[in-house]
Design a protein around this ligand. Sequence first.
Ligand code: 10E
Ligand code: SF4
Length: 319
Amino acid sequence: MPDASTTLPPLKVLLATPRGFCAGVDRAIQIVERAIEKYGAPVYVRHEIVHNRHVVDRLKALGAVFVEELDECPVDRPVVFSAHGVPKAVPAEAKARQMLYLDATCPLVSKVHVEAQRHYDAGREIVLIGHAGHPEVVGTMGQLPEGSVALIETVEDARAFTPKNAANIAFVTQTTLSVDDTAGVVAALRERFPTIAAPHKDDICYATTNRQEAVKTIAAKSDVVLVIGSANSSNSVRLVEVAKREGVTRAHLIDDATKLDLGWITGAATVGVTAGASAPEVLVQGVIDRLAETYAVEVVEVDAARETVSFKLPRVLAG
Ligand code: 10E
Ligand code: SF4
């Protein structure tokens, strides 16, 4: 009897590397898991620990309770702050209520908080490049008194921004922005304010940069690009945009294999697959397995960068 796979149409899958979990996401998830082990359930988590439905559902099943605000947590249970960071008022309130809290803010987001504070202490007016309403933006703006950080999102915003003192301003950025879009916004700021104090380039993290580079590489050779990630995951949404900008009109963000519409693949010879920084690898494999039900899939890993970053757990949970 002939092997069934020999009768399936061929499909090349270009698997982007790096993809999926970054060091900050890995650490944040471990903080919740270890907190449940150490303190028992329930452990409260303020905001989705990372923006992924599967991660949140798995942690819920282990005993995590997700809330949006601290006043939804009882004072006698531990609470974890999400990887995106929180305004200063949040740990202050937890202290005032004598709560046990664990801060899962990614160290690379905390670095931006420190940078913003440093500019503020030096008397500079601060411009934050980021997306309005995103929790990381809320957290970074919330490091400083209201009115001391101006949010801009676009080149147009950069052109329209009117500082109080153009000679004494600084910018910081969200960590998960589009590298290419941000370069445009920064250029517009520098053109108008040549002395603006700045990070070396921007505050976009290594993981965001590498995943965008990797998706560019696969997009150049793909007819369709599938990005695994949840709709509220900013960095995952950016990966779809990057693929589209590389000319792949069929680029889709999907939570998992069940959301894959096989109609998208019709006529394609090559499908690029990647995952946002908060999407578990098992979901990537699930998508490939689903494709393999209909096609004779050949998987080719495409390496765009090597990652070696890892972050330590808070001392109270380490060991
Ligand atoms: O929406 P985002 O991309 O910021 O978050 P995410 O939870 O999908 O991925 C992790 C990124 C973080 C925590 C922001 N630096
Ligand atoms: Fe940290 Fe970057 Fe991951 Fe955000 S995307 S959690 S900044 S490593």
